[in-house]
Design a protein around this ligand. Sequence first.
Ligand code: FES
Length: 198
Amino acid sequence: MTEDDVDRIDRNRRHFLTVATVVTGVVGAGFAAIPFLASLKPSARAQALGAPVEVPLGSIEPGEMVRVLWRGRLVFVLRRDEDMLARLPETISELRDPNSEVIDQQPDYAANDTRSVRPEWLIVEGSCTHLGCAPLEDFEPRLVEGWGGGFFCPCHGSKFDLAGRVYKGVPAPTNLRVPPHRFVRDDLILIGQDTGAA
Ligand code: FES
């Protein structure tokens, strides 16, 4: 491993720690501030062990993304704007699995063109399907380079589009995973639970 590789991995770890700190404010103030499960309040303990996580959507602007933790996993909640959605078809020829044919990577209700229940909202795990680093967002398109915006993994260079679909020719073998989720209301989702048809 070269010094550049080590530096990239360190930067990615720092990014994840920063992200995890931000996220705990979203999902519950007591969640990460307390180090041991035994010391958690019952609701926080259930959450740490895998209970579904509610995510309010009302304050997320089009084009913005928040990060939450579910079962100790980072999850991206991206509100795609119209321009982002319009870009999805433009890089399909660059993608390894544009039609979400690897069935383990999403529930059936997200095996569609936008990999979502509602096109505006992308919910994907923030874990690169190569070796699990946290991808970074890079939403600005550079279509001359075949890049319509999406996520870039700093560890070994895997790339994913704005639906979490993996590009060809990178180490990651599959699309980012869509966790089970459902809309409780228009402005509230529950990650970690669905109805089978969301
Ligand atoms: S962990 Fe993402 S490319 Fe290797």
